[in-house]
Write a protein that binds this ligand. Sequence first.
Ligand code: ATP
Ligand code: MG
Length: 399
Amino acid sequence: MYNCVICRYHEIATKGNNRNMFEKCLVENIRHMLKKGAADCRVRRIRGRVWIEPEGRETFAAESLEFIIENLPAVFGLESFSPAVLLPVDMDVIRETAVELAPGAFAAYSGSKPSFRVRARRSNKRFPLTSQQIEIDLVTAIADKIGENSFDIDLKNADITLGCEVRDEFSALYFDTYRCAGGLPVGSNPRVLTLLSGGIDSPVAAWQIMKRGSPTDFITFHSSPYTPPETVDKVRGLAATLNSFQRHGRLFIVNLAEFQKAVRDNCSERVRTVLYRRAMLRIAEAVALREDCKALVTGDALGQVASQTVANMDTINRSIDMLVLRPLVGADKLETISVAEKIGTMKQSSVQVPDSCTVFAPSSPATSVPVDLALKEEAKIPGYSAILEKIINDIEIDA
Ligand code: ATP
Ligand code: MG
């Protein structure tokens, strides 16, 4: 019976002059999502809310509504949404409809006594009833219908909440509210490039940055033939999962093996990982500049491993000029794991395949490599720049 979905947002509403840009971006992203499974719906923006409605029919087709409920939570910028019944601004119609809908909502609690409340919001100040009067009116009517002993009133933590909005042009009734991730619509900030390994952290970092409005491309490093094809396949899978939160990000696939061999043959063993990381950033920066990505993103978390001490992060960071965003820098591993589970990357990240960084990795890496030592070691590699240039030329792209 639902004939609209009310979409609510919060942070966008705090934007001053730019609010229009953020709202437009949000609406475009919802439209894009609908095209994939609910093309018979349209999106409208009306003062502080976005409304999804069926097109050319009275109520939603069941599959379309199911698709929306499943996919709308992945649209960043939204706080919550509710499938609702859109009605005229008329208390008699609102009451009749509430009484009609109520038994369906209470059916799941048959045999027990659920708690219940009505939450009304009235932005139409000409409506004859106040919000509180609407709430009392609806509770009374529903009690008459299903019996006043069939529920307890609980204004704070009710099992069942009936929402009622009365606006200038229409009113709406709904029972279910689904939470979304919040954030800003993807596309409201510039495109970035995420260094995506097969680990737990970097997919979460990419998700956090998309959540703040930046679409992202991905770059991954492997060391074929020292790492198997599965190393890259795993990252492909992760990129596909992450792409469900944005239009589409490309994956740049880089073979770092030639560089790693040069490091193995010429440099001190304990600094290898730092030299690998500096080369990764240099290659990623070159790709980002070429592809018009405005920053790099990594899954670094302070102190997690030897390459993520303050000293080594500093030395790694100094290899390039471009901004590096590290959204997980202050996150604990357990926090990151719980996000990875929520966004659906944890299972993929848990598959054990060899990682590029472990190729020729020292058994005891240095935790503090000063930048002059890194430069001195890099100077020992004949044709350093030419090696990186060749690697960049050979990059494969999953478009
Ligand atoms: P992750 O779980 O993301 O692999 P990690 O805790 O294993 O992170 P490191 O291996 O030290 O940490 O890597 C730090 C960051 O460097 C990663 O989050 C990622 O952004 C980047 N990185 C490391 N290895 C690769 C790789 N093979 N390809 C692309 N990026 C990488
Ligand atoms: Mg890793």
